[in-house]
Design a protein around this ligand. Structure first.
Ligand SMILES: [Zn+2]
Length: 82
């Protein structure tokens, strides 16, 4: 699979590798691990197969029963004047 990257002008082939994906649905965060992705070696943009996207969507419609809860820090960066 060798698509030109939509975000940079590289002619390097995308590399297939597992990545971690975070998604938010109705205030609930979902962390997907070992997600197969195609990664642009130049800019790092990640592309997913349609069926991979559908699979993640399906997991976000119900409370997963095969997931482990994690604790996370949610940090908001605001621009401070002066
Ligand atoms: Zn790129």
């Amino acid at each position: 699979m060798n698509y030109p990257c939509e975000f940079c002008d590289t002619d390097q082939e995308q590399v297939q590798k597992p990545v971690t994906v975070t998604r938010q649905r109705c205030g609930q965060w979902f962390i997907f691990e070992q997600v197969p992705a195609w990664v642009c070696p130049n800019c790092g943009h990640r592309y997913f197969e349609a069926e991979t996207m559908e699979s993640m969507e399906a997991h976000m419609t119900t409370t997963p029963n095969n997931a482990r809860p994690v604790t996370a820090w949610a940090i908001s960066l605001t621009e401070r004047a002066g």
